[in-house]
Structure formats: structure tokens, C-alpha cells
Design a protein around this ligand. Sequence first.
Ligand code: 25A
Ligand code: L14
Length: 342
Amino acid sequence: MDLVTDMAGVLKNVAVVGATGAVGEEILKILEERNFPVRELKLLASSRSAGEAITFRDDEYIVEELTHDSFEEIDIAIFSAGATRSVEFAPSAVDAGAVVIDNSSAFRMDPEIPLAVPEVNAHAISRHNGIIANPNCSTIQMVVALKPLHDAAKIKRIVVSTYQAVSGAGKVAIEELSGQTRAIFSFDDIELQKFPHQIAFNCIPQIDVFLEDGSTKEEAKMVNETKKIMEDDSIAVTATCVRVPVFCAHSESVNIEFERPMYPDLAKEILEQAEGVEVVDDTAKSEYPLAVSAAGKDPVYVGRIRKDPTVESGLNMWIVSDNIRKGAALNAVQIAERLIAE
Ligand code: 25A
Ligand code: L14
């Protein structure tokens, strides 16, 4: 087989649903950066954005309105337009023969649908029946760092508190933080859009809606998705998710209790070898992961690795990653890469 036919076999027709959103735009950037084998590209969004021109590689593409007929000839459809759109349109994409990689929470806990982080449970990807779910951003960065430690010493319990960037809530939310900041400095009234309270110069202990038990849906996602991705229901997880006035990258304070002995030095050694992880931990130089340094980068950064002396075998650490990249767009493209490698 010559190179041209060989390449032609691997090229895929790709649809990006929500192409004009914060995650959709990053998906296009990452497909370009990683030289993803795209034959045809279809950019789908709401009627608000239809007709808009977007440049991908050296060609211009026109955004089309998402309909049930959008997926003819599409091999891979990456959805990032919210759960309502996924529930309504993903079945049409599957019926048309596409494999759907879905960024929303719609299908994540469906036992028939894989919930995949390539560094953690890549084997789950091949078990799909047309849809593969991309986990929640806060969960992804935590499991990438914790899975190798779980393999080494079995995690009993995780206590996590998140410091989540506004970009997770989309472009309107990014504008909301800058708009409120400008308003405060010019003594104007602040405007609320995506968040229930002022986010500039504030911390809001609510992400997504409240559930009956007093936790939020974002916190429940961290609990349930962690068990599914790590394939271990015995891990106890408790979470508090907080929105902070940061534009990009989520930070997490994580306390981990292990069944078997685990030490900071051993954890560092393990994490230095781990796929997708970068250890930044030099307290003498005040070096640890920071949101502003992680923004625009691929790794999950881990630092402040230290013993938790209040339990028999425990560690505390600080985990930071770009929520739009590894937390959403990059993880989705990595799943697509695994699909075509199969
Ligand atoms: O915010 P939305 O409504 O969920 O929209 C996100 C994307 O979905 C498209 C939308 O196209 C955008 O590309 N979309 C929305 N409704 C659609 C429909 N009916 C639809 N596509 C098809 N059919 P758009 O043309 O509507 O958006 C253009 C820009 O406008 C912003 N926007 C969207 N709705 C708006 C709005 N602006 C004002 N008023 C509205 N009602 C939109 O913002 C886009 O910039 P955003 O993109 O940045 O939204 C990001 C979405 O992504 C989710 N998200 C973020 N992180 C993650 C994540 N989801 C999963 N995992 C993550 N890690 C956010 O929750 C948010 O929904
Ligand atoms: O379920 O920060 O992936 O508001 C989408 C919204 C993650 C959080 C999900 C946010 C969420 C995000």
C-alpha cells in the first residue's frame, strides 16, 4: 500500500458540536496542534453562530446550525454544547454511524457507556456502543494524579476541595469575571449572568445545582465519576467545589488516605514516572503548581506533596491543570486518537 492510500484509510470526517464555545474552540486548536488526521471538518453550533467563519489549518469553514441531519458521513462527533444538546442530538449522530465523544454530564454514569481518561482507563474506550463520555474537568485532573498512587498503595478515602476557574462555565462566565472586575474599579454596578453571586474578588461554594443531601451536582460528579473511572467502588470520596476568580485552570487541595504504606518520597517517584503528570515541588524555591502557569499547557501538575500525620498512611497534595484542555478538549481529542489507533 502506498503512503497516500494508507493515509486515506486513517483520515476521519470530524464534527465539532459547540464549535464556537470555550471548549469547542480549544478542540479545534488541539486537533490542529496534534495534527489529527482530519479529512472533512464540520463545525456545528446554535443558530446564533451559524454563518460565522472559522479558520482551521489554512482553510475557512462556515459554522452550521446543528440539526438531526448534521452527521451524514461523519466518523467522529465531539459534543461540547451542554447536556441538553447531547441528549437531543447524540443519538442522531450514532444512527448516522458516527462515534460520539461527549463532553457533557448526560451519559457519564450510564453503565453501558465508557467514561474515559486515556492515562487511567484507556481499555474502556473500545467497549463503546457509539458514545464515549468525557468526564468532569475536576475529576479528570484528580484521577490522572491519583490512579498511579492507587495502584501502588490502594486508596481508602479522598477528601478534595476545588478552586475552579470561571472558564468551566463558558465564554459568558469569562466575560462576567472581567466585566465585574472592570465595574468594581470604575465604581459601576456589577452584573450577574452565569454565577449566583459576584465572582470578582470572591469565592462561591456552589458549582452546578444543589442536590437533596445538601451537596452540589459538581461535588456528586467528583464522587461518582472517580469510582467509575478508577473501577473501584470501595474508594470513599468527599468533595467541596468552589468557584474562584481565576480565568483558567482548576486547583485542588487533596487529602488521600491509603490502605497500605505510602510516603511523600515514594509518591513523588511514582508521579514523576506517571503519564500526563508533571511534579512541581520545590518548597525551598517556593515552587508548586499554579493556575497561571498551568493555563494553556497539557499536563496535570502536582506539588505540595507531604505526609498527612492525622492518619496511619496519608498524603496531602495540590493538583492543578488547565480545565479547558486536559479537563475537556484535550482529553476528548486523546480519546479520539485512541479510537483511530484501534
Ligand atoms: O453555553 P452553551 O449554551 O451551552 O453553548 C456552548 C456551545 O454550544 C453551542 C453554542 O453555540 C456553543 O458553541 N450551542 C448552544 N445552544 C446550541 C444549540 N441549540 C448550541 N449548538 C447547537 N444547538 P452558540 O452559537 O450558541 O454559542 C456561541 C457563543 O455564545 C455563547 N453562548 C451560548 N449560549 C449563550 C451564549 N451567549 C449568550 N447567551 C446564550 N444563551 C457560547 O458560550 C459561545 O461562546 P460558551 O461557549 O463558552 O459555552 C461553553 C459551554 O461548555 C460547557 N463546558 C465548559 N467546560 C466544560 C463544559 N462542558 C463539559 N465539560 C467541561 N469541562 C459549559 O458548561 C458551557 O455550556
Ligand atoms: O460536568 O465549571 O463537566 O461550570 C460543566 C460546567 C464541569 C464544570 C461538567 C463549570 C461541568 C463546568
